[in-house]
Design a protein around this ligand. Structure first.
Ligand SMILES: Cc1ncc(COP(=O)(O)O)c(C=O)c1O
Length: 404
């Protein structure tokens, strides 16, 4: 039996990996499942992107390896969009890295910047690619709990000096998954200042840049003075254009940083299918026509979700961005137990806060990936399970509670 590496053996299980199998089993048993789990909307991609993919499938030259360079018009469309959207000019060939979805880039960039003895600061709860890249690089994660106390921001001034001294990467994601928090500009200015003082790579995950509500327009980190010295920003077609399965994103940074990521990738992949990159061009070109309507759908779902969960006994803040509600549970209800019972007894899939890291305990997340009506029905079932769990706890003999 081939022996697993020490690194692999120490790897935690991917949280929530069991959910798709449980969903399949529930559906097979005839349960009316309402899945509000993954950030994976039920909405259609832009028609122009689908048409571009269909056209590309007929072109022999598009069927070959894209390699790192990929489909050059995709790089050019990204550069044009970064200019239109954020007023930031980037060179398409040296400052943009096409990705197979932003997840792989977020993980792979760690290979270029951290190794044994180095620290990556990782928010907790967070998207798991940050931890994955850090552990695969044999570096040390320093997890910082995102709690309401700091408005779900990483306060760098609270991180011990010896940790800061070893920190080579800071992962940040605003608008944030899963907490839906946004970052004020003066916060980002402080972060950039600290990263510049300490030569820390700021990995800024901007997957939700196009999902701001009520007039809130999320910034690029590059709108902050000095960010180009230290930052790499990740973008994705997944959420903006309902193209999660297409695996298409990009990173943007000055040539030295972009080049480091591109070099890692040259050893691990050979580029996204160029037909999908051509579809990416069409998606980016449809931005001003497609995004407002899509966003209005998410905003209506957000409003339906907030109203319904509040009506059924939950506390729900109105998020200014993302496709998520991050709701606190009463302290006596563990998030994994709540999510498990809600799924198994009521057919509703939500993600427990602890699935995003220990710092997420006490919360659960829903995604706006179904209609407002279905979300409202999910809220009704969630309220019933919550009341049931609270009732069971209240009826439990005191000594049992003490030993639990
Ligand atoms: C914060 C965050 N970053 C990155 C991603 C990855 O997106 P992609 O589909 O581009 O890999 C996700 C997906 O859920 C996410 O929530």
């Amino acid at each position: 039996m081939p022996r697993l590496s020490t690194r692999f053996s120490a790897f935690p299980a991917y949280p929530l990996a069991h959910i798709p199998a449980r969903k399949k089993a529930l559906l097979a048993a005839g349960v009316d499942v309402i899945d509000l789990g993954a950030g994976d909307a039920d909405l259609a991609p832009p028609a122009a992107a689908v048409a571009a993919l269909q056209r590309a499938a007929e072109v022999p030259a598009m069927q070959r390896y894209g390699f790192g360079m990929g489909h050059v018009p995709y790089r050019e469309a990204i550069a044009a969009w970064m200019q239109t959207r954020f007023g930031q000019r980037f060179d398409p060939m040296t400052e943009i890295v096409p990705l197979l979805g932003s997840k792989e880039g977020l993980a792979h960039v760690a290979f270029a910047y951290v190794g044994p003895g180095d620290v990556s600061i990782i928010p907790d709860p967070a998207y798991q690619a940050y931890l994955g890249g850090t552990l695969l690089s044999d570096a040390t994660p320093y997890v910082y709990a995102l709690r309401p106390r700091t408005d779900f921001l990483v306060d760098l001034d609270e991180i011990p000096a010896d940790v800061m001294a070893r920190t080579r990467i800071l992962y940040l994601n605003y608008p944030n998954n899963p907490t839906a928090a946004i970052a004020p500009r003066d916060y980002l200015q402080h972060v950039v200042r600290v990263c510049r003082e300490r030569d820390i790579l700021l990995v800024y995950d901007n997957a939700y840049s196009e999902m701001g509500f009520d007039g809130y327009v999320p910034p690029s980190i590059f709108e902050i003075d000095g960010a180009r010295e230290v930052a790499i920003e990740f973008h994705s077609l997944s959420k903006t254009y309902n193209m999660t399965g297409w695996r298409c994103g990009w990173a943007v940074a000055k040539p030295e940083i972009a080049g480091a990521l591109a070099k890692v990738k040259s050893f691990t992949d050979t580029g996204q299918y160029m037909g999908i990159q051509a579809a990416g061009v069409a998606a980016l070109e449809s931005w001003s026509r497609f995004v407002p309507g899509n966003l209005a759908t998410f905003q209506a779902r957000r409003d339906a979700a907030v109203a319904a969960f509040r009506a059924h006994g939950f506390t729900a803040d109105v998020p200014k961005a993302t496709m998520y509600l991050w709701m606190p549970l009463p302290p006596e209800i563990p998030s994994a137990a709540f999510a498990d019972r809600l799924r198994e007894e009521a057919g509703v899939i939500v993600l427990p806060g602890s699935g995003f890291g220990a710092g997420g305990e006490g919360f659960f997340r829903i995604s706006f990936i179904q209609s407002g009506e279905r979300i409202a029905e999910a809220a009704r079932r969630a309220g019933e399970i919550l009341r049931l769990m609270q009732q069971e706890l209240a009826e439990r003999p005191a000594f049992a509670g003490a030993s639990a």
